[in-house]
Design a protein around this ligand. Structure first.
Ligand code: ZN
Length: 440
């Protein structure tokens, strides 16, 4: 790579990703950000509770339970002849969620109790300027509550490390945090002004929502790092931010679809919450969501059941998720013949036990997308002696019978609160996805 590879368009595309992530500190906010881009592009909102009338050439989106979204542009070709072109990704990232009885008074220090969500690298959350974002349900007149998004802009809480003077082994034994006792977030000290008995946290939340404290019934709040994304490296050729896994893939997929000028194919992006906790939920990758939406697109397209099955058999899915880049200081963790480099193109993930959904045919299909986009590609295989992660790919492939490839950009420090990846790779992957959405 030389500096000229990172032209202003490439830099701007990476900056747009960082802006997207910084505006999306929780899966609920990620879907709200995507929705904003879709509204700006003239897409029409559909509700699962309504009956759908769809027009070829137009764009639509469906949101399930605020944090999973499927959007699509209906093609002019018959579905049974061209199938669906689908990009799947996930909107959630590992971290913490605030418990219902959140406030803990620990000997004059007020803390917030958290549950661990998915598999974060816990130690990376210490000594960061943390805050909260998510959704809150408020009392209403009907059975269903009013639900609102909430995001605190200022740093609100922290997990301060123990000083080395009191933890002499920290550099030899590593930072180990007790899951029950050492994760609560330090919020404030309790003094007379923060009179005991009143729930400081609820008041804070009410103030932010501009509502009465007792109107708050429940919440799902994620803990995020207020530090914005940025560039680093001798040529500023790398990016660092939270949630690159997997908002980088959401952003690449969304741009590829929104910027496509192909009107023949039916192009779909399906971004699910709950991938980090196994995808088994009302809106996860293993839910009925994608199948329901594809089926209803087919109905609106006047396909009969036979034709819908033909459409699925002709469909292709790229399960877009990040991959582990080579970090030479930890060489023994990598399969030596398959380490992948940052800024050297998207990665095709292969696993003989189908923890990844790629097979020879779909791998080759993705390679051709890369070649036709004029971008490099790489192969990743996990070591045989370390258990391999998974993605939404194998689930959607099994559920719908759609040929699938697992692919995504290389990154360092997956599940750290500050991950990093390559500036060039974001443009490369977006270009490959554009070919996928635009070519028969
Ligand atoms: Zn992921």
């Amino acid at each position: 790579m030389n500096q000229s590879d990172i032209n202003p368009d490439v830099r701007q595309h990476a900056q747009a990703l960082l802006d997207f992530i910084d505006a999306s500190p929780s899966p609920w906010h990620a879907v709200a950000s995507i929705r904003q881009s879709l509204d700006d592009a003239g897409f029409t909102a559909l509700r699962e509770t309504d009956s759908w009338e769809l027009n070829a050439g137009s764009g639509y989106y469906v949101i399930r339970d605020d944090s999973s979204i499927i959007f699509f542009r209906l093609g002019e070709d018959n579905l049974q002849h061209s199938g669906f072109r689908i990009i799947g990704a996930h909107t959630d990232s590992p971290g913490f969620r605030i418990k219902p009885n959140a406030l803990i008074d620990k000997q004059d220090t007020l803390m917030l109790g958290v549950e661990v969500y998915g598999g974060p690298i816990l130690a990376t959350f210490t000594d960061r300027d943390l805050s909260l974002a998510g959704r809150v349900s408020l009392r209403s007149e009907s059975v269903m509550p009013e639900t609102r998004l909430v995001k605190f802009d200022q740093a609100l809480a922290r997990i301060p490390n123990l000083a080395i003077h009191m933890n002499r082994d920290v550099n030899t034994s590593g930072l180990k945090l007790d899951l029950q006792n050492q994760l609560p977030l330090l919020l404030t000290v309790s003094d007379d002004k923060h009179s005991k008995g009143t729930d400081v946290f609820r008041s804070l939340l009410a103030q932010q929502l501009n509502c009465e404290s007792d109107a708050i019934l429940s919440w799902e709040l994620a803990v995020f790092d207020t530090h914005c994304g940025g560039f680093w490296g001798t040529q500023s050729e790398f990016i660092a931010d939270s949630q690159l896994d997997n908002l980088a893939s959401c952003h690449a997929g969304m741009r590829a679809l929104l910027d496509s000028d192909n009107h023949e194919l039916t192009q779909v992006c399906a971004f699910f919450d709950h991938e980090e906790i196994g995808s088994e939920s009302v809106k996860g990758g293993n839910s009925s969501f994608l199948g329901d939406v594809l089926n209803r697109i087919a109905i609106a397209h006047r396909c009969d059941r036979q034709q819908y099955r033909q459409a699925l058999a002709r469909s292709l899915l790229i399960s877009a998720d990040m991959s582990h880049a080579w970090q030479p200081s930890f060489a023994s963790a990598y399969e030596p013949d398959h380490h992948v480099l940052v800024n050297s193109g998207p990665v095709i993930k292969v696993n003989a036990n189908h923890r990844y959904a790629s097979n020879a045919v779909t791998e080759a299909m993705f390679m051709q997308c890369c070649e036709q986009a004029n971008v490099p590609w790489q192969h990743y295989v996990h070591r045989n002696d370390i258990p391999c992660g998974s993605t939404i790919g194998p689930m959607s492939a099994a559920r719908l019978g759609i040929q699938t490839v697992d692919a995504g950009n290389p990154m360092w420090a997956m599940h750290s609160v500050r991950e990093s990846a390559g500036v060039l790779d974001h443009t490369y992957f977006t270009a490959a996805l554009s070919v996928f959405l635009g070519k028969n």
